[in-house]
Structure formats: C-alpha cells, structure tokens
Design a protein around this ligand. Structure first.
Ligand SMILES: Nc1nc2c(ncn2[C@@H]2O[C@H](COP(=O)(O)OP(=O)(O)O)[C@@H](O)[C@H]2O)c(=O)[nH]1
Ligand SMILES: [Mg+2]
Length: 386
C-alpha cells in the first residue's frame, strides 16, 4: 500500500529548437549538470544527433530531447508525437518569438491535450522592456494554445559576466562571474500543475521540489508532505502494533520494534526528499528513544513489564496482554514518527532547542488515551481479519 502511494511516475519532457537551452533548463531544474549543453557559436546550427536522455529524480522523470530544426517538417511532427506519447507534461522552450516551425509544433502538441508550459529561456539576454514586448508577442501568437499562467520566463544558464577591477597599483584585472540560474517561477508553476493533476504525492520525493520554491508553494509542499507523513506513520504503527500483539516472544518484540521503526523513518525521509540510510535512521531513533525514556519512563516500564508478563502466561490472557502491549508499541512508534518528521521538516535538524524540547512538545501535543484507543481499535480490526 505504501509503495502504491509513492508510485505513479511523472514524465516531464522538454521540447524546442536546437540550442534554445533545453538541456540547460533541465540541468537548472535539477540543480546539477546531468545533461550536456553545447555552445553553438554564431550560425553553426548543425542538428545535434543527440539521443533522448532521461534522468530519474524520485518519481519524476525528466526527459531531454534532441530538438527540432527549421527544415524537416516530417521529423518535427514525429518528434512532437513521440514527446507527447512519453510525457505527462511538456515544457516547450523558446528563446525569442515563435518561428513558423515552432508554432506548428506547438499546435501539434496542444492537440494532444497534455499540460504544456511555454518557457521563454535566455531571459538574461533581454532588457526588461524587450522581455515585456516578447512576452506580449508570444501571448498574442499562442492565445488559443497556452494558458496565461503557462507562459514563463527563465534564465537556465545565463551568460557569464566580465568584471574589470582596478587594483591599488592601477592594474586592471578581468574576472568572470557566473550569474545563478533563474528557474524559480517555472518550478512554482510545475508544482501548481502537478497539484491540479493530483500528482503531488508522486512528486514529493523529487529533489526538484526540495529547494528554492516561493513561500506559498513551499508551504503547500509542506502540507502535502504532512498528509503523506501522517499516512506513512499510521500504517507503520499498525504494522508494529500487530507484530507486537501477536508475537509471543518478548525479545522478538523488541527486534521487530526496532526493524519497524527504522523502516518507517527511512520511508518518511524519502517522502521528505532527504533520504536517510538505515544506519542514520537507527541513530535518529536512538536519539528520540533516549528522550522518550527520560520523559516518560513509566510508559516504557509498563511496556517491558507487559513483555515479561506475556512470556509467563498463555492462552487468552496472552492475547489480551499482547493487545495492550501492541497498543503501547503503536503509541511509541507514533511518537518516534512524529519526532522524526519534525527533524526532517526542519531540514534534518533539531534546531537550537535540541531533541529534548522537540520530543517534549510532541508528547504534550498528543492525547495519549485517544491514540491508545485508536491503536486498540486498529490492531483489533487487523487481528479480526486474520
Ligand atoms: N544567455 C543564455 N544562454 C543560455 C541560457 N540557457 C542556455 N544557454 C546557452 O545556449 C546554448 C545551448 O544550450 P543547450 O542547453 O545545449 O540547448 P539545447 O540544444 O536546447 O539543449 C548553450 O551555449 C547554453 O550555455 C540562458 O538562460 N541564457
Ligand atoms: Mg540539448
């Protein structure tokens, strides 16, 4: 069930003329140079015999395409068809007003009813006034094809700037500065479209959405993560509660408990785009567990006493004790999950206050009795199903 929740792949493809910056754009979205870009100086516009290239980021697949050229209408149509077939979402990239070839390809793609964003790249090459004019022209030419919010400007790989500095002795030094890429508006729009298409859960563990989003979008990403997080935690809690309830050997309870908690934290970390190894998850749980033992020693004492009791008695009473013990196990996993989630939401940090305060706040915010009741009901329902 958890795997299902996570799956649902999203394919995002770039489409456009050769050298408008498709590969650069995909790199900028990923924040790393995954695809080769090629500076084509002057008028040498030979068609790159580039291959389709694909990179997986969580459940999001970014697809780079070789690019269309001005001639060869047939191959252009073929490429448009192929892209539409493979992509759930198309980024149509241009670096100026539309050429005839681009407009006709845009029409072909629009016909396939895929969500499409028209990206005006190389924004750094234009002054503000020029950019405004270009956007107006693009809007006019694509009125019936592209929604108003789906026209976005980017600077995927802005041209380097030369700075001339004069030192104390009057010597000139030339230094080169690489301005950062600007694709934030595009990322924000991407998230909005995925949200609209109901694909946020699948998009969550893509590092694409881990970083520099607008505050508003970042807040919505966080809410989507919480929803997923709560579901992940609840499911693992039930798994652990049931495992403990039906397991007659106390030492095995403890081993199962550790395995389940580690799996849960690893799963949570992936949905936060901050994948932890099992070892890291284990040490995070140790930290949380230490604070829990300090703060609610009695609950743990009950847990272990019940564990011991279960070994001594048999039959029906074991099941009853097992149920209660399972509920306690469920509760402890719930607290571990919530604490781990807070640590992840905070960018893998406890913040200044440290783990002690975080765990205390979580314990204070939870209604223990209602969680234990919920646990008994959930575990009871699963046991009845067997
Ligand atoms: N000035 C400027 N140049 C860019 C930008 N994006 C890409 N380029 C340059 O455009 C050229 C072609 O880029 P590339 O990504 O290989 O284009 P593709 O053929 O569409 O994949 C490269 O020299 C890039 O450095 C940008 O935002 N601003
Ligand atoms: Mg390319």
């Amino acid at each position: 069930m958890l795997d299902k929740l996570e799956h649902g792949h999203i394919h995002i493809a770039v489409f456009g003329r050769v050298s408008v910056g498709k590969s650069a754009l995909v790199n900028a979205l990923l924040g790393e140079s995954r695809f080769a870009t090629s500076p084509l100086h002057g008028e040498t516009r030979q068609v790159q015999r580039g291959q389709w290239a694909e990179y997986r980021d969580g459940n999001v697949f970014l697809i780079d395409t070789p690019g269309i050229n001005e001639a060869g209408g047939e191959s252009r149509e073929q490429l448009a068809r192929d892209v539409a077939q493979r992509a759930d979402l198309v980024l149509f990239v241009v670096d100026g007003d539309l050429t005839h070839a681009e407009l006709s390809a845009l029409r072909d793609l629009a016909d396939t009813k895929r969500p499409m964003i028209l990206v005006l790249n190389k924004a750094d090459r234009y002054s503000t006034a020029e950019r405004q004019q270009l956007l107006e022209a693009l809007r006019r030419h694509t009125q019936d094809l592209i929604g108003e919010d789906d026209l976005i400007t980017t600077a995927a790989q802005p041209a380097p700037q030369w700075l001339i500095q004069v030192d104390a002795d009057g010597n000139e030094h030339e230094t080169q500065r690489q301005p950062p890429a600007d694709v934030i508006a595009l990322k924000n729009r991407l998230w909005q479209i995925l949200e609209r298409e109901g694909q946020t859960l699948a998009a969550l563990n893509a590092s694409l959405f881990a970083g520099d989003l607008s505050d508003e979008v970042a807040a919505r990403v966080l809410v989507a993560r919480r929803t997923l997080g709560e579901r992940v935690i609840r499911t693992w809690c039930i798994a652990k509660g049931v495992a403990v309830a039906i397991n007659p050997v106390p030492i095995a309870d403890l081993v199962a408990a550790a395995v389940v908690d580690v799996s849960m934290v690893v799963h949570l970390s992936r949905s936060y785009g901050l994948a932890l190894t099992r070892r890291e998850a284990g040490s995070l749980i140790t930290t949380i567990g230490t604070q829990m033992t300090l703060l609610m020693g009695t609950v743990w004492a009950v847990h272990f006493a019940a564990s011991a009791l279960k070994l001594g008695t048999g039959g029906l009473s074991a099941v009853v004790t097992g149920g209660a013990q399972g509920a306690v196990a469920y509760y402890s996993t719930y607290v571990v999950g919530r604490a781990a989630e807070r640590y992840l939401a905070n960018g893998k940090s406890w913040g200044d206050a440290g783990p002690r305060l975080a765990v205390r706040e979580i314990l204070d915010s939870l209604d223990r009795q209602s969680i234990l009741d919920q646990a008994k009901a959930d575990i009871g329902a699963r046991l009845a199903n067997r």
